[in-house]
Design a protein. Structure first.
Length: 150
């Protein structure tokens, strides 16, 4: 029974992981995908941060919309950190693959902070947005410090 359960668990894990691997024909495709997702996320987060820091006039609707887009985008790039994408035109450090658990934890922390930002931005309170922009930016920076080349 244990052997059957192990087999079912292994088959399930493979089935769930295969689509992530299969969606990219070549490692370069995965790198382009994750770069694009991160660029879009950063652009929308940057707009909210600019409002929070007074570099842009505050618009509650625009803040909420941009935060929601950044939250959605924060979920996308991680499937593209697959085998073979540590080489080529990437700023990804080898530590991503060497300490995958730490990388996953950092990406999940950032996603959680983006979700909080989207929720706070819906409320339209600039002071709450400022505080959450700081927390979200800190989560982004922590991941960059550990896992992104300059």
């Amino acid at each position: 029974m244990k052997v059957l359960a192990s087999f079912v668990l292994a088959a399930s894990a493979f089935t769930l992981a295969a689509p992530a691997q299969a969606q990219f024909a070549k490692p370069e495709d995965a790198i382009k995908y994750r770069k694009a997702a991160l660029t879009v996320m950063a652009a929308h987060f940057g707009r909210v941060a600019a409002m929070a820091n007074g570099r842009m006039p505050f618009d509650a609707g625009a803040a909420a919309s941009n935060a929601a887009t950044a939250e959605t985008m924060s979920k996308l790039p991680w499937a593209a950190f697959v085998e073979g994408t540590d080489k080529g035109e990437t700023k990804a450090k080898p530590e991503i693959w060497a300490d995958k658990a730490k990388f996953i934890a950092a990406s999940e922390k950032m996603q959680g902070e983006m979700t909080k930002l989207a929720a706070v931005a819906k409320g339209g309170n600039i002071d709450a947005i400022k505080a959450q922009v700081g927390a979200t930016g800190g989560a982004c920076k922590a991941c960059h410090d550990d896992f992104r080349k300059e």
